[in-house]
Design a protein around this ligand. Structure first.
Ligand SMILES: C[S@@+](CC[C@H](N)C(=O)[O-])C[C@H]1O[C@@H](n2cnc3c(N)ncnc32)[C@H](O)[C@@H]1O
Length: 236
């Protein structure tokens, strides 16, 4: 079971130092990814070892040293402890995802959202996933619904390569169709008016790409449009 990081560290660090550590971390396959403040960085080895002590299946600890950036939505990572690697195999909702967390976007926190969408998909639907990454939304959908086809576009060649591998790993050939390129161009060239449902899991580009989501839809259909909601002061 996941435990809050500060609770784990309260046994190995002084109380006032623990406050400089972010409480949450991600576990992707056998890699744990944490964010450390500058002040917490000096304890990075103690923190990494304490985390590995609690999560026996974790083989690698990485620190996220910057925000998620660029068109490929990649985070800068630094190796802290254990095996020096960024490729792992993650299990989610009965699916397997091979991913290089140094070269592709991946968030285990979206597992609930992926299943929530999969449960809405009707029999035989054609779906266009405009920002598919290593294929997580598309593959969960292919495994947990009777979707007809999910055209799954990503502009990052590394993500595309892992998406192809994940299609093989999960045996969803013919259902999940990986496509490499800019969603705008691919929709204009080959996916006009084909979709019952379009997914846009990239808030940063949602508005700019909305006309292409509409172009991908049949006469009627559904768009899953993701945007940022900024919390007001005092709001959680
Ligand atoms: C926030 S990630 C979402 C990934 C995936 N849906 C998931 O749940 O893991 C956004 C993805 O969109 C891709 N991307 C960015 N710009 C794109 C574009 N113009 N066309 C297609 N894919 C794009 C990035 O490479 C990245 O993999």
């Amino acid at each position: 079971m996941r435990r809050r990081l500060r609770k784990i560290l309260s046994e190995v660090l002084p109380k006032d130092e623990v406050l400089y550590v972010y409480n949450s971390y991600d576990i992707v396959g056998d890699i744990a990814i944490l964010r450390l403040t500058e002040k917490a960085m000096k304890h990075n080895q103690i923190i990494a070892e304490a985390l590995m002590g609690v999560h026996k299946n974790v083989k690698t600890i990485l620190a996220q040293t910057g925000p998620v950036l660029g068109d490929f939505r990649i985070r800068k990572l630094e190796h802290l402890a254990g095996e020096n690697k960024t490729v792992t195999l993650h299990r989610e909702s009965g699916c397997l995802f091979r991913v290089d967390v140094g070269k592709c976007y991946f968030s285990p926190r979206l597992f609930y959202e992926r299943m929530r969408i999969a449960r809405q998909v009707g029999d035989g639907e054609v779906v266009v996933n405009m920002f598919a990454g290593v294929g997580c939304f598309s593959i969960v959908m292919a495994k947990h619904s009777n979707v007809g086809k999910v055209y799954s576009i990503d502009v990052n060649p590394a993500a595309f390569q892992y998406m192809q591998e994940n299609v093989r790993l999960n045996r969803v050939y013919g259902k999940v169709i990986p496509l490499l390129g800019d969603a705008k161009e691919i929709i204009k060239e080959r996916l006009c008016h084909v979709a019952d449902r379009v997914l846009m899991p990239l808030p940063e580009k949602a508005l700019e790409y909305l006309p292409y989501a509409l172009l991908a839809l049949k006469n009627t259909g559904l768009i899953h449009y993701y945007d940022f909601e900024h919390a007001r002061k005092g709001e959680n």
